[in-house]
Each structure stands twice: as C-alpha cells, then as structure tokens.
Write a protein of this length. Structure first.
Length: 390
C-alpha cells in the first residue's frame, strides 16, 4: 500500500493528503522517502528556527530526557524556571509566564487572562490568525475557519488591519483587550503602517484595555529582532500580553503566554492549567534555541538573508510586491501561487502559498546564503513553470 493510501485510511482529513513523506532533515535541507533532497523555505511553518536536527537542540533534549522528562505542574523544574526568566529578560520587563504546548493554547490562556479584567469585549483584526481551538478561533477572522463551528465564544469586534481610526472607534471602556499580530503571517505577511502598534497602545491606554500581541509566528528572531514589536517600527511599544509558540521550541511543542507587569498577576491559582505545559524537555529545547540565536548572531543573519531573498526574488517582474521583515517574507505574484509551490517542489525547494497570488517564505533562521542564492537562481525557471493567476 502506498504511504498516501495509508495516510488517507488512517489520518483524519483535516489537511488533505500531503505532497511528500519526509524522512529526515539537516539544517535547512530535508529528504523524502524516495531520497530526494529539498531546501526547506517553510521550516515547519516558521517552527524549525535552528533547522532540522540541530546538535544543540538534540543534545539539550537528550540530556534533559535522560535526567528528568516530565514532572507535572505539582512540581517545578529548572528548565521551566530558566525559560520563564529568559523570556522576561528578552522582553526587558517584569511579569509572569504561563507555559503551554502550542500557539492556540498560548492564546487560549491569554484570552482567559483578559476575562480576569472583568471585561469581555475584544478587538481583533481582519485577516488575523490566532489558532483553531474555540477561543483562538473566535479571534481568527477567516469566515471559512469560523463558520462551521459557530457559535464561538466571546464578544469580538474585527477591524481592518492597520487602520488606527477603525481601532479607535471599536475600543471602548468595556474592551478587555486588543489582540494584534505585529505582522500578519497567515494572511500573507501583512505589515501594518508605521506607528500602528504605538497607535494601538495609545487607544488601549485611553480605555484601560490590554494590548495583546500575538508573536506566535513573528517571535524569537523570525523578523530579525527577538520580538517583532522590538523592531524600530514598533516605536518602543510595551504590550501587556505577548503570546509565543512556533520558533520558540525549534520543533519541540511549546507555547508561552507572557503577562507583562500587572497583567502577569491576573491569572490566579485554579484559573488555568495544562498537564504538559512547562515540560522540562520542551523548555530545554527552547533554552537551546534562545542560546543559539544569541551565540550565532541569528537576528543579524535573519535580517541580512531576508534582505537578500526579498531583493533577489523581487527582481523578477512577475513579483509585484515583496513584504515582511527578516525571514518572514511575503511575495505577491502575477502568476498562480499554488502552481509556484508545485513548480518549486519539482525544482527541489519547499515554499508555501498563503493565497492564490501570495508566496510565504519562513525558512529556518540558520538558512545559508548558498541556499538563499540557490532559490534566487532557480526562481525565474520556477515561475516559468507556474500557471496564470486564477
Ligand atoms: N497565532 C499565530 C500568529 C499563528 O501564526 C498561529 C499558527 O499559524 C497560531 C497562533 C496558532 O498556533 P498553533 O498552530 O501552534 O496552535
């Protein structure tokens, strides 16, 4: 039986049948079951920040598992403490961290935290993606994701992304929080106008609402800063809540909900919990990621290679716009993006379409200049192999 048939007869059809069965990876390269090699510009959807099989993560996870693999939240562990302290230090704040296992879970915890303000109204953005669990889905704008599962919890107003006037109109003294991605990832790498986060901060302050930044996709070096709101475009904004997942664990499942300052005290004993959250192995992996990003200067590397990729790929006239920061890259095309994905795969590159005309690249932060130039060199032929935009 083919692996596709095995997949179709054993796994729920939530994703469609995958195109490849991958068997191993090293750095930004992966191999499929037939031994074909691909350069991975998707990185597990912005997760494999150090690429595949990075020795520091492998060592950290192996050592931790050999020492203490799981303890439950009845007990503390050193990696859990160290990770919470490191995240607060990177955010240059006091506050408190809740550790979980995914982006959706990080956002569920944040949503519950906002309820502890005594308010229930939330403001989110059109084009937002915050996850698939019911609370996170309530904040996710795409109708196709929401409608089969309505009614969803909460009282959420959606405003156009980056529209400060619409935001000011939507937020009232009843608003618990405004939730924003500093750059929208799933929507095709949408960057807000300069000053938008500062405007959102001001609106929140005017009404006593919390500013919640979902950095699940943008966090941990992806944009060339530890957090996207720390880029110059963030204008020094300090949020009240930051949610993280994806690149934090470098492939090990982990999520983090960070309440900065007083927001860190809103959840009290009995308000929330998770069996696996703060698992020492996942925390050890996250610490290895943070150490390596710092030691190997991966923030600067992400900034430099992001520019190389945007400039190089953007030279083709069939690219009408390049967007993003660091290694969170959106390319708007005049040709059909899903067929570019197929054409790239045939040429040995994994890229991702977020829509009919948009390609997203979120490679490992360790992707090499040679790999970037290989994609740039192959790009015109990849686009030649694609169809017209439908
Ligand atoms: N928030 C953002 C900004 C995301 O991009 C995603 C996933 O793409 C999520 C939340 C959900 O994360 P997870 O798939 O780990 O639940």
């Amino acid at each position: 039986m083919s692996w596709q048939s095995r997949y179709e007869s054993s796994l729920m059809n939530t994703f469609g049948t995958p195109k490849l069965l991958l068997t191993r990876g090293v750095g930004a390269h992966v191999w499929d079951v037939d031994g074909r090699e691909y350069v991975d510009f998707l990185g597990g959807i912005a997760v494999n920040s150090l690429g595949h099989a990075h020795p520091t993560i492998v060592d950290a996870v192996t050592t931790q598992l050999q020492t203490l693999g799981h303890v439950s939240n009845f007990f503390a562990s050193e990696p859990q403490l160290a990770l919470a302290e490191r995240l607060l230090a990177l955010l240059e704040t006091d506050g408190r961290v809740f550790l979980s296992n995914s982006g959706a879970e990080a956002n569920e915890a944040a949503l519950k935290l906002t309820r502890r303000t005594g308010r229930t109204h939330l403001v989110a953005a059109v084009g937002s993606f915050h996850g698939r669990t019911m609370g996170a889905l309530a904040l996710t704008s795409k109708a196709a994701y929401r409608e089969p599962f309505e009614p969803l919890p909460g009282d959420v107003t959606f405003v156009p992304y980056g529209d400060a006037d619409a935001l000011a109109e939507a937020v009232t003294d009843e608003t618990a929080a405004v939730v924003l991605e500093p750059i929208q990832g799933e929507a095709g790498v949408r960057v807000p106008p300069p000053g938008h986060l500062a405007a959102a901060r001001q609106v929140c302050d005017d009404h006593g609402a919390l500013l919640w930044l979902d950095e699940v996709q943008t966090g941990i070096g992806r944009t060339g800063a530890w957090f996207a709101h720390q880029l110059p475009s963030g204008q020094g904004v300090t949020p009240d809540i930051v949610t993280l997942a994806k690149g934090l664990g470098g492939g090990m499942p982990i999520g983090a909900t960070i309440g900065l300052g007083r927001a860190g005290a809103l959840l009290e004993p009995g308000n929330h919990g998770t069996t696996f959250g703060g698992n020492p192995v996942a925390c050890a992996a996250a610490l290895a990621v943070l150490d390596t990003v710092a030691q190997d200067h991966l923030l600067d590397h992400a900034t430099a290679l992001g520019k190389t990729l945007r400039d190089g790929l953007g030279e083709d006239p069939r690219v009408s716009e390049t967007r993003g920061e660091g290694l969170l890259i959106g390319l708007e095309l005049t040709v059909d993006a899903p067929s570019v994905v197929a054409s790239a795969m045939a040429a040995g590159f994994i890229v991702n379409a977020t829509g009919p005309s948009t390609i997203r690249l979120v490679p490992p932060l360790v992707v090499s200049a040679d790999d970037a130039h290989a994609l740039i060199d192959a790009w015109p032929a990849i686009l030649d192999g694609a169809g017209e935009t439908s």
